[in-house]
Design a protein around this ligand. Structure first.
Ligand code: GDP
Ligand code: IMO
Ligand code: MG
Length: 422
């Protein structure tokens, strides 16, 4: 079976931390979508690591890490990630396997991303500028370059043809972009050489054989359900299916092979980039969450927008993904608030509704909150479920009741050890 771990909000829920915590129970950790727009933070033994493409199981001795076909890979960022881990004596050739069907982000994809955002002006998506949108466009447009192409004699011709096409598109966009293609390509080809020293596999075959052999697999989502290309706050979304179905297409695993679906969420909400955010705060409460929660993007360093927990959105994500267990992160950040609010109803065009409608733009949505009493206790040193303050238990019970799924893990700090199994 394949278990899934999926972000239920707008990303950065703490997926990296929890995948690292859960890896001891799995033989294989696999990424199935997204690319270096992701930034997954792991903290243990006093060290912090941010992974973009490499699955978050890489620090464990036993687990194999696989980059699935649904992922888009930037060889340059990938090489940096590997170089950054040089102190760890990881045998990447045997511990990190890459799907031949994963697509490659070219330097010109990044340029197209930048040009597209510039052209959009105020309506920009707030993309991480890693070339994600243009690479997935080439994938669905049937123009993309895949990892398996690197094994062909004529791959450089394929590269040149695609890059040339991109340069024509950039001419057409006609925006001011400064770049030195020669330098970008030098860096790219150097990184390709490293990539080619790793192991490429027919990953769908690999996963299915691994399951026949009784191996356990954990699929690590990137981004979050509200950034899903179909079910997120379109067009302010990413370009892949971040929800459960994305794991089937991004790994080649059938729906009836999916086991547990872990849904991970922050005890409040954050969003980085543009787009609607009904429970966003612009007051001292929002500032306190940002400060205590250290809410800056792991990939771009941009400040994250903060707000109260939105149970309407959470329930929607639980339903779309078929979540079987919830994981609540950053409970520690809410310590000290007298009152906590959770959104339990939307007023949509003046009418009360309890689902996420087509459009959650500010002009259509008014949020209705339920107030809960906060807790004062510092949670960061707690290790056992029976040590949690009563008001936190009430907060947890309220969420569980609203969405109808139990919270099985509560995270009370960024370190691997600050994790409470309920
Ligand atoms: P991901 O993209 O879902 O893996 O999440 P990110 O790594 O982008 O963002 C999560 C941030 O919160 C990181 O800086 C983590 O170190 C931090 N973090 C994770 N869990 C907790 C927690 O329970 N409490 C606190 N205070 N920080 C946490
Ligand atoms: P992890 O895996 C938070 C957001 C961007 C932007 C939108 C589109 O760390 O949770 P893109 O570069 O994909 O075209 O950007 O999606 N975004 C993320 N926000 N966490 C992420 O990943 C994100 N990946 C993309 O900020 O709003
Ligand atoms: Mg992140």
């Amino acid at each position: 079976m394949v278990d899934l771990l999926l972000g239920l909000q707008w990303g950065d829920e703490g997926k990296g931390k929890i995948v690292d915590v859960l890896t001891k129970d799995y033989d294989i950790i696999a990424r199935f979508q997204g690319g270096p727009n992701a930034g997954h933070t792991l903290i243990f033994d006093g060290n912090k690591h941010v992974l973009h493409t490499i699955p978050s199981g890489i620090f464990h001795d036993k687990a194999l890490n696989i980059v699935g076909n649904g992922v888009v890979i930037d060889p340059v960022i990938f090489k940096n990630e590997i170089d950054n881990l040089s102190n760890y004596n990881i045998d990447f050739k045997t511990k990190l396997l890459i799907s031949r069907k994963a697509h490659i982000i070219l330097p010109t994809h990044r340029l197209l991303d930048a040009a597209s955002e510039t052209l959009k002006g105020k309506a920009k998506i707030g993309s991480t500028l890693k070339g994600i949108g243009p690479t997935y466009m080439d994938k669905t447009g049937r123009n993309g370059l895949r990892i398996g192409d690197l094994e062909l004699d004529n791959w450089k011709e394929k590269y040149s043809a695609l890059a040339k096409k991109h340069l024509n598109m950039l001419d057409f966009y006609n925006v001011d972009l400064e770049f030195n293609l020669k330098e970008l390509e030098e860096e790219f080809f150097k990184a390709i050489d490293l990539l080619k020293s790793l192991t490429f596999i027919d990953s769908e075959e690999y996963f299915n054989q691994a399951m026949l052999d009784g191996k356990t697999i954990l699929a690590e989502g990137a981004q979050g359900s509200l950034l899903d290309i179909d079910f997120g706050t379109y067009p302010f979304v990413t370009s892949s299916n971040t929800t459960a179905a994305g794991a089937c297409t991004g790994l080649g695993v059938a729906p009836n092979k999916i086991g547990e679906v872990y849904g991970i969420f922050k005890a409040y909400t954050t969003r980085v980039g543009s787009g609607p955010f009904p429970t966003e705060l612009f007051d001292e409460d929002g500032k306190a969450m940002a400060k205590v929660g250290n809410e800056f993007g792991a990939t771009t360093g941009r400040p994250r927008r903060c707000g109260w927990l939105d149970l309407i959105a959470l329930k929607y994500a639980v339903q779309i993904n078929g979540v079987t267990q919830l994981i609540m992160m950053k409970g520690d950040v809410l310590s000290g608030f007298d009152t906590l609010k959770v959104c339990t109803t939307y007023k949509y065009k003046g009418k009360e509704i309890s689902h996420l409608p087509y459009n959650i733009e500010e002009e259509n949505i008014e949020v209705v909150y339920t107030k809960l009493t906060g807790w004062k206790e510092d949670l960061t040193g707690l290790t056992k479920a029976n040590e949690l303050p009563k008001n936190l238990n009430d907060y947890i019970a309220h969420i569980e009741e609203f969405v109808g799924v139990p919270i099985k893990i509560v995270s009370v700090g960024p370190d691997r050890k600050q994790t409470i199994i309920m």
